[in-house]
Design a protein around this ligand. Structure first.
Ligand code: HEM
Length: 468
């Protein structure tokens, strides 16, 4: 294409797919950026893709040309799965806008009833603490615990109730969502997206649809139950708020209906679980292997909290070092390395190149979180990346794990509150250490829409007097 961003030679049928390591394309994309520049193209099958790298290009696209770059692909496996309902994969338009606004308002506590977001998170934090108490002095793989806890926080917000960690249904739902997270990143999903003729064959990607529909069925059951138990005027959770919004909008041209509600609930369940729990897993991996960072956080936490029974989100303003540690953990965790794919909503230009309407856009967030010119210590785990010479907390503009612009993560506020309250509560109560049976620490990430650390064992023991 004339004046399209440059890129490698394109092969028939597969495009450039066979040139990328699909188990982790991030290093290959980094190399291509070195060769072709901060903005380059490649092909998934016959579909052109433009990759945006570095803080300057990503800001130019997602902030300055925000409307032009705010679309979502409508014909990938994930779009067919969700039928583009809800928010994450909804096309840029009125339904997306109304659902995004509703979700942000509800998550900011407008109309979420008596129990605040903070209380819901602190409630779950007590369950995590109690679970760890029972095994203090030992080691465990924290993957399932953090996954269940973050999933429960979302469940408390959207369904008004949490599940016991051993609840069979809860475990089945989590397994299905985790299996889908893996399958939608794998080669079968790539084949589905590149070769439409395969879509109706009984190939492994059909399993993704089965898993998704089985969770949808359960979520629909919860919504039906809500209709029976609802008390007029009492807002227990996001479902109640949504029902109220549906009544308010009546038969007008509103986009609020039951199928959109289910789509939104599925989005929040999916987007709110892996992301936060994988970030926590990275944080503890680095805290165990950087004991001086852990000790400095604990000292600050003890000083600030004193005899207070539990932390509150407000306390973060008096904990610059702990804040810096949490942000640094998010930077190295690089949890959503290639963001969620965007598309262009009209013909546009970026850095002098022409990009037609409907082009798939990958904002390479990984390239910014590790950009050498932006960070004091781009390749280390070092909270000083977020501290100025006076030891105050500062947030460089290249910190964008939640992306930027109109599509940026709508759960940012919730995720930041969860990370703070869970990390502070656990660091106050426990000392974390690399256990003898842990082997050698391996920081290599396992790539995915949400990236995770390799499984590891978490050693922990009670700290004694300071821990409440
Ligand atoms: C550390 C945790 C999290 C990280 C790093 C993260 C990151 C992201 C990123 C990079 C995007 C894509 C933005 C874009 O397309 O430009 C996104 C979208 C989204 N996230 Fe998160 N997220 C996190 C937690 C959450 C939580 C807890 C929720 C649930 C409340 C959530 C809900 C969403 C939704 C609904 C979208 C789609 C927004 C839209 O398309 O308008 N996320 N997130």
């Amino acid at each position: 294409k004339k004046n399209f961003p440059p890129g490698p030679y394109v092969f028939p049928i597969f495009g450039n797919l066979l040139q990328l390591n699909l188990t982790n394309p991030v290093p290959d994309l980094q190399k291509l950026s070195g060769q072709y520049g901060k903005i380059f193209s490649f092909y998934i099958g016959s579909r052109p893709v433009v990759v945006l790298n570095g803080v300057q290009v990503i800001k130019e696209a997602l902030l300055k040309k925000s409307v032009e770059f705010a679309g979502r692909p409508q014909d990938l496996l994930v779009s067919h799965l969700t039928e583009n309902k809800g928010v994450i994969l909804a096309d840029y338009g009125p339904s997306w806008r109304e659902h995004r606004r509703f979700s942000l308002m509800t998550l900011r506590n407008f109309g979420l009833g008596k129990q605040s977001m903070e209380e819901r998170i602190l409630g779950e934090t007590q369950h995590i603490s109690a679970y760890l108490d029972r095994s203090a002095g030992k080691s465990m793989d924290p993957q399932h615990l953090f996954h269940k806890a973050t999933s429960n926080i979302i469940c408390a917000i959207i369904f008004g109730s949490r599940y016991e960690y051993e609840n069979e249904f809860f475990l089945a739902m989590i397994n299905k969502m985790q299996e889908n997270a893996k399958l939608t990143n794998g080669p079968w999903a790539m084949l589905y997206d590149s070769l439409p003729v395969l879509r109706y064959l009984p190939l492994p990607f059909q399993r993704i649809f089965q898993n998704y529909h089985s969770v949808v069925e359960h979520v629909s059951g919860i919504v039906t139950q809500h209709n029976v138990t609802q008390v007029a005027g009492e807002m227990r959770d996001l479902i109640d708020c949504y029902q109220k919004e549906m009544e308010k909008q009546g038969d007008s041209n509103s986009s609020f209906d039951k199928s959109q509600m289910i789509g939104l609930l599925m989005d929040l369940l999916f987007a709110g679980t892996d992301t936060t729990s994988n970030t926590l897993r990275f944080a503890f991996l680095y805290l165990m292997t950087h004991p001086h960072v852990q000790e400095r956080c604990q000292k600050e936490i003890d000083q600030v909290l004193g005899e207070k029974p539990q932390a509150s989100f407000e306390d973060r303003h008096r904990m610059p070092y702990t804040q810096a540690m949490i942000h640094e953990a998010q930077r190295v965790a690089n949890t959503v390395p290639l963001s969620v794919f965007h598309t262009t909503t009209k013909d546009t230009q970026l850095m002098g190149y022409d990009i037609p309407k409907g082009t798939l856009i990958i904002p390479n967030l990984s390239s910014v979180l590790n950009e050498e010119s932006q960070w004091k210590f781009p390749h280390d785990f070092n909270p000083s990346n977020f501290l100025n010479d006076e030891g105050e907390f500062v947030k460089p503009e290249a910190f964008m794990p939640f992306s930027l612009g109109p599509r940026m993560c709508l759960g940012e506020g919730l995720a930041r509150m969860e990370l703070f309250l869970i990390l502070v509560t656990l660091l106050r109560r426990f000392h974390f250490f690399w256990p003898e049976d842990g082997g050698v620490p391996d920081y290599t990430p396992v790539f995915g829409v949400t990236q995770a650390p390799k499984p590891y064992r978490l050693g922990f023991r009670l700290r004694g007097r300071q821990g409440v």
